[in-house]
Design a protein around this ligand. Structure first.
Ligand SMILES: C[S@@+](CC[C@H](N)C(=O)[O-])C[C@H]1O[C@@H](n2cnc3c(N)ncnc32)[C@H](O)[C@@H]1O
Length: 324
C-alpha cells in the first residue's frame, strides 16, 4: 500500500467570487475542510482513493478515474448536444459566475470556461483531481467537503451545476444539506441544474448480478441507488424555484448503439472497474465466492450481453430558476 504523507492544513475561508454580491449576506462558519493529519490517500488493488474519515465515497481519485470522467464528460456533452439545459446562454456570453459542485477533474468547468471567456467558473471537490496550474484563467478550483457547507456567501452565483453526485450523498444529505446549500449560494434569478444517471436498463443476467451487488453495497452505506428519481422533488420541496424542468436522454451501451454506444460501453466498463475495489470488498464480505478474476470474466461477458440485450442507461437533467 502506498502512502502520501502530505498534511493538508488548508482551511476554508468565506470566499469572494468577485461578484457584486460578495460583501453581503450571512457568512459560513469557518470550518476545517478536507483537513487531516492522517495519510491523505489510501491504495486498494492498485487504485488510489481518498482517505478522509466520514466520507463514504467509494470511487477512486487516480489518473485512470480522471481519464474516465473526462471521457464521460464528452459522452454526455455529445448525447445532449450541450453542457447544460438552463436558458442561460446570453448570461454566460455576457459574463457571470458559475459554480460546479463535485467538479472531479474539472472537465465540465474547463470546457465551459474555454467557451465562455467572460464568465468565471468555480469548481469544488473533496479530491484535488482538478488541474492546479495549467488551466484557463477564468477557472478556480478548491478542495471542499460539501457536507461542511459551501465556502461562499449567499447569492454569489448566477448558475450552479451539479453532475453525477449520486454515489456521494445519502437521501437526507442530498435533500437537507446539498440542495439547500447550493440554493443558498445561488442568486435570485439564477439557475440550479442537476444532472444524474439512472442504473443500466435491459441488462443481461451477468451485469445485473454485479449491479445488484453494487446496489446492495450502496444501500449498506445509506446510499439510494435510485436517488435520481428524487432530485426534482428535492428541488421542488425547497419552494425556491419557479418550476423544476426535467429532460432525459437515453444512451445505448455497446456497438448495437453505434459509435456513441461504443464510447458508452467504455464508460460503463471503466466505471465498473472504478467500483471494483469497493465491490470486491463487499463481495468478499458476503462470502459468495466471486474472485477478482471472476469479476473480470463477468465484465468480459457483460460486454457481449450489451449487444444481446440492447442495454442502455438514462441521463436526466433538472433545472429551475430561483425565485426568492
Ligand atoms: C462521479 S464524480 C462526478 C464528477 C463531475 N461532477 C463530473 O460530472 O465529471 C463525483 C465527484 O464527487 C466528489 N465528491 C464526493 N463526495 C464529496 C463531498 N462530500 N464533497 C465534495 N465532493 C465530493 C468526488 O470526489 C468526485 O469527484
Amino acid at each position: 500500500m502506498g502512502a502520501n504523507h502530505s498534511k493538508n492544513t488548508h482551511r476554508l475561508r468565506k470566499e469572494s467570487t468577485g461578484s457584486d454580491h460578495s460583501s453581503n449576506k450571512k457568512s459560513l462558519e469557518r470550518k476545517t475542510s478536507v483537513s487531516s493529519n492522517t495519510e491523505k490517500y489510501k491504495y486498494i488493488e492498485g487504485r488510489r482513493f481518498h482517505n478522509l474519515p466520514d466520507i463514504h465515497y467509494d470511487l477512486p481519485n487516480d489518473d485512470d478515474e480522471v481519464d474516465r470522467l473526462h471521457l464521460e464528460h464528452f459522452l454526455i456533452r455529445t448525447v445532449w448536444k450541450s453542457n447544460y439545459s438552463s436558458p442561460i446562454d446570453e448570461l454566460l456570453e455576457a459574463g457571470c459566475t458559475v459554480l460546479d459542485i463535485g467538479c472531479g477533474p474539472g472537465a465540465w468547468c474547463l470546457d465551459m470556461a474555454t467557451k465562455y471567456k467572460n464568465s468565471k467558473f468555480f469548481g469544488l471537490d473533496i479530491s484535488p483531481m482538478f488541474p492546479k496550474e495549467i488551466k484557463p484563467n477564468n477557472t478556480i478550483f478548491q478542495e471542499c467537503q460539501i457536507l461542511d457547507g459551501i465556502p461562499y456567501n449567499d447569492q454569489s452565483f448566477d448558475f450552479c451545476h451539479m453532475r453525477f453526485m449520486f454515489p456521494s450523498f445519502d437521501e437526507s444529505q442530498f435533500e437537507n444539506i446539498v440542495i439547500r446549500e447550493v440554493s443558498r449560494v445561488l442568486k435570485v434569478g439564477g439557475y440550479l441544474e442537476v444532472c444524474e444517471y439512472e442504473l443500466c436498463q435491459n441488462c443481461g443476467p451477468i451485469l445485473q448480478r454485479l449491479l445488484d451487488l453494487r446496489c446492495e453495497m450502496m444501500t449498506n452505506i445509506g446510499r439510494n441507488p435510485k436517488i435520481a428519481a428524487l432530485i426534482g422533488k428535492f428541488m421542488e420541496k425547497t419552494n425556491l424555484f419557479d418550476e423544476v424542468h426535467f429532460e432525459e436522454r437515453t444512451i445505448g451501451i455497446g456497438s448495437w448503439a453505434g459509435r456513441i454506444g461504443e464510447v458508452a460501453k467504455d464508460d460503463v466498463v471503466t466505471r465498473m472497474y472504478s467500483i471494483k475495489p469497493a465491490l470486491m470488498n463487499h463481495i468478499n464480505g458476503l462470502g459468495i465466492g466471486i474472485s477478482s478474476e471472476d469479476y473480470d470474466e463477468m465484465m468480459r461477458q457483460s460486454v457481449d450481453e450489451f449487444n444481446e440485450y440492447q442495454t442502455y442507461f438514462v441521463t436526466c437533467r433538472w433545472y429551475g430558476k430561483k425565485l426568492k
